[in-house]
Design a protein around this ligand. Structure first.
Ligand code: ATP
Ligand code: MG
Length: 567
């Protein structure tokens, strides 16, 4: 694209505005180069999806590039498992870094050289204060900090000590390298921030080569600059780290003057989004791993069956702002339904079966019915259903003493079986304990769906399964993990885990699905009529499908996970 074409692109947010200005002024020529910089200390969550869509999306829009860079500067918390899962999630979401996969650890030698340069310029020094002393010396927002007694060390002494730090001559935590900036700065981050610490832990990529590791605030701007990143997009909490970001770029001899731009992080109701908290849920077995379908991780959403297109559409809808806010979970559900309504074929499943006998249906007779797969997609065709004398319907579709407005089945009442006939409940059979065990019904042969019938109309249509062909299945119904709208906001002495919902997973014990689902593959999605959208789980075995409910058809999870007689 030439300059004119680039400038003609619509600006959809304040980041676009900045890019337009930079294109106009030629600050980076016509280059737009972003990066997504995860720390491999956990799995990615839906908040990261916002950052991924923004970084990769912005680069694509302007014909630019986006790198995937792991910020692997803290080996004590970082693992290969996380690196692998992050790459998988970015790809799954639909983005590619092509050959631009980087690691901050690739730059350890270069970053060390920059530190040596800073020392030589008198802009960095080795400090022997303990962590606690550094904190005390740093002062408070109103009281200026006190200069470290070690700030006066000569360049030679600093060079010699820093080399000795690298060579492993000092104990962990005994010394740090600090920038010499301004102990009186109103910005805490500028009060001689730590650049390097001594920490003996084996790094997933550099092994035991290093026992000193650069701090994020130092490594990040310099990694950006080394990669030629033009717009380094990060979340708002880094806003007052920006002067330090700029300081690092200005004081080291780097090839690009990258600029940091902050945007508001994504928060969603009933969800926690910090990796630390998600990690705790996994480690303390509150959930079944990082890919538990209730987790807000991309791995969890993938397993649950969320289509990546729905997540991208969600990220587009929420937009990019400069002020923090919380998005209602129902917006994500809305995006899921929008996508699945088009992509998922309809089938029938009965979660809590109630047996029905059609007493006027001949013994042994079956009839084949034609059922459309997706009314939104006629080209998806139809499938065959079998109707017979014995059927199952949903327990909640019958009421012995119907409340006002109940339009489904009750003694003497009529209802249509989807794709089939109108039936009438003639008799209720109970066991000795008074529990309903089956219903005796009659069907009206003149009322076959899709055929010019008697013109008879009934108010309700219900789903059903033929008893002998119905397939047992495990159906996992998920609710919110938390009972509190903002689980991060807990009172003194409380824990966010105090608000974990007890019923966030319900598995009805005798669910049945259509015989057409005998041979399906993990990841496929369906609409179970009247129950919502479901995906085939990894645990599926031949002949025994396992489903995850992705989302119900209506915003109804607050009312309970199982179908109800109301509404
Ligand atoms: P967490 O706070 O969940 O532990 P983090 O910011 O430490 O996340 P990183 O791996 O450093 O996690 O994040 C990689 C990128 O994703 C960063 O640019 C970060 O700003 C962005 N990011 C993280 N959480 C969110 C969020 N909730 N909304 C938008 N962007 C986010
Ligand atoms: Mg981080």
């Amino acid at each position: 694209m030439n300059k004119q074409d680039l400038l003609a692109l619509p600006s959809t947010n304040f980041i676009d505005d900045i890019i337009h200005k930079d294109l106009e002024s030629g600050k980076y020529g016509l280059r737009v180069h972003t990066r997504f910089p995860p720390e491999p200390n956990g799995y990615l969550h839906i908040g990261h999806a916002k950052s991924i869509c923004l970084n990769f999306g912005t680069a694509t829009k302007y014909g630019g590039l986006c790198n995937l860079r792991f910020d692997d500067t803290n080996p004590s918390k970082e693992e290969q498992e996380f690196i692998d899962s992050i790459m998988e999630s970015v790809n799954w979401l639909g983005f590619t870094w092509e050959n631009r996969l980087y690691f901050a650890s690739d730059y350890f030698e270069q970053l060390y050289e920059f530190a040596v340069q800073l020392i030589k310029k008198g802009k960095a020094y080795v400090c022997d204060l303990s962590q606690e002393e550094i904190r005390l010396y740093r002062g408070t927002p109103t009281i200026p900090g006190k200069l470290s007694p070690y700030a006066a060390r000569s360049v030679e002494e600093n060079l010699q000590l820093f080399t000795a730090m690298r060579n492993g001559e000092f104990a962990d935590g005994s010394r740090v390298l600090r920038a010499r900036i301004d102990m009186a700065s109103s910005n805490f981050n500028m009060r001689d921030p730590v650049l390097y610490r001594i920490q003996r832990s084996t790094h997933p990529r550099t092994g035991d080569t290093w026992c000193i590791y650069p701090m994020y605030d130092y490594a990040h701007p310099l990694s950006d600059a080394l990669e030629g990143i033009t717009h380094s997009i990060c979340t708002l909490e880094f806003e007052n780290h920006r002067p330090l970001y700029d300081w690092c770029i200005e004081n080291c001899d780097v090839p690009c003057l990258s600029q940091q731009i902050e945007f508001a992080r994504l928060n969603i109701t009933y969800t926690v989004m910090s990796k630390r908290k998600l990690r705790l849920l996994v480690e303390e077995n509150f959930v079944n791993g990082w890919d538990d379908p209730r987790m807000p991780t991309l791995a969890g959403m993938r397993r649950r069956g969320y289509p990546p297109a729905a997540i991208r559409s969600f990220c587009e809808k929420i937009g990019v702002a400069k002020a923090n806010s919380t998005v209602d979970f129902s917006l994500l559900e809305h995006c899921l339904r929008d996508e699945l309504n088009i992509s998922a074929n309809r089938v029938m499943a009965v979660l809590q079966p109630l047996k029905i006998i059609l007493t006027n249906w001949p013994q042994g007779k079956t009839e084949k019915l034609d059922a459309e797969n997706n009314p939104e997609q006629p080209q998806n065709g139809s499938r065959e259903l079998i109707l017979g004398r014995e059927l199952y319907i949903e327990q909640s579709d019958f009421m012995e003493n119907p409340v006002k407005g109940f339009h489904r089945l009750y003694p003497g009442g009529e209802v249509r079986l989807k794709h089939a006939y109108i039936i009438r409940c003639e008799e209720v059979i109970k066991d000795e304990a008074g529990q309903i065990t089956q219903l005796l019904c009659t069907y009206d042969p003149q009322t076959k769906s899709g055929e010019a019938g008697s013109g008879k109309k009934v108010k309700g249509t219900i789903h059903w399964l033929e008893a002998f062909s119905a397939l047992p299945a495990q159906v996992r119904l998920y609710g919110q993990l938390f009972t509190k709208e903002n689980p991060d906001d807990v009172a003194e002495g409380e824990n966010f885990t105090d608000y974990l919902a007890q019923d966030s997973l319900i598995i009805p014990p005798s669910a049945l699905v259509e015989a057409s689902l005998a041979d399906i593959a993990a990841g496929q999605t369906f609409q179970f009529l009247r129950h919502g959208y479901f995906a085939v789980d990894l645990d599926t075995k031949p002949g025994f499908p396992v489903f995850n409910r992705i989302v119900s058809l209506k915003d109804s999870w607050r009312k309970g996970l199982l179908p109800s007689q109301k509404g």
